[in-house]
Design a protein around this ligand. Structure first.
Ligand code: RRO
Length: 305
């Protein structure tokens, strides 16, 4: 039987296969290198960085619910300067495309972050995170509003020529409108979806399970939400989409391709078992064949309605 073609293309970024590690699951890349064979993946998206290093939210920061993981890391990160000066040079030989991720609390902060990445080298693109649910300023305040999303994307693009993927939240009235705004501002693509805001409670103590009270839910519970967001944004914009939310196996990945994702990102699955990413890549050819195709590209947006 002929080989299945796993290659994919994200607005000109050629990937050997469509499987990426989502921002926040792969740290700054090299942490996972001793555990899994990273070059077998399509790419990685680094943890979002801000203008200054951040210590993140009070612990506990992770809670396992019956249907997925609730996190409130609070954007703990090394800061843009350490990313550019230390992290990116250390990833020179990592052997797969790397996307950085940036998060700012003002439009100007996003602009400056973009400017610092312009000549950093070693990046295939950047994710602009306008949807973190776990910080008081910045994060989702931009991603709930088409005008604010547009302003952020334009500011980054004015300062940085790398392909921009805008990470959106599905916790909005109409994600397609936000995606359209990102597209009008010149985004190359979209990254969908961020975690969904949630709360877990310890009734006996009458206390929240997380130090920051609320968090972002990922895992199986959000897969249908994410699939719908991908489908809505694909039809509204036609932009290349990195789709993710509750992807655990190759069948899940194929569902995202059918909804319109050109690539997929793994989140909670990596926390449970990093090796799952490789198993997913290994299982893709059969899953693609079962969906009646001979290549990943041919499935993109192929949902029959
Ligand atoms: O660091 C976090 O708490 C975090 C971020 Br920046 C994000 O974009 N999404 C998420 O679930 N957690």
């Amino acid at each position: 039987m002929a080989d299945v073609d796993l290659t994919t293309d994200l607005a000109g970024i050629e990937l050997a296969n469509p499987v990426l590690l989502a921002s926040g699951t792969a740290g700054y890349g090299n942490e996972l290198a001793p555990i899994i064979d990273l070059p077998r993946l399509g790419g990685i998206i680094l943890k979002s960085v801000t203008s200054e290093p951040r210590r993140g939210n009070p612990e506990p920061r992770i809670w396992e619910t019956s249907s997925g993981m609730l996190n409130s890391i609070g954007l703990e990160n090394v800061g843009i300067d350490a990313l550019v000066d230390e992290v990116l040079p250390s990833l020179k030989d990592i052997g797969l495309p790397v996307l950085a991720s940036i998060a700012g609390d003002t439009v100007r902060a996003f602009a400056r972050l973009g400017a610092k990445l312009e000549n950093a080298g070693g990046l295939a693109g950047i994710e602009v995170n306008v949807s973190c649910p776990n910080v008081e300023r910045g994060g989702i305040q931009f991603g709930v509003d088409p005008g604010a999303t547009k302003a952020v994307v334009m500011a980054v693009k004015e300062n940085c020529s790398l392909p921009v993927f805008v990470k959106l939240s599905a916790a909005v009235a109409d994600i397609a409108r936000i995606a359209e705004a990102a597209g009008q501002a010149g985004a190359f693509g979209l990254s969908l979806i961020n975690t969904v805001p949630g709360l877990a409670i310890d009734a006996a103590k009458r206390k929240p399970r997380l130090g920051a009270v609320t968090g972002g839910l990922s895992g199986p519970a959000i897969k249908p939400i994410a699939l719908k967001a991908v489908w809505d944004c694909y039809r509204a914009t036609g932009l290349p989409i990195i789709g993710g939310g509750g992807i655990y196996d190759s069948e899940d990945a194929v569902e995202f391709l059918l909804a319109g994702a050109a690539a997929v990102s793994l989140g909670s699955a990596i926390f449970q078992e990093p090796q799952r990413a490789i198993e997913l890549v290994d299982g893709l050819p059969d899953a693609i064949r079962r969906a009646g195709a001979a290549s990943a590209r041919e499935l993109v947006g192929g949902l029959r309605t």
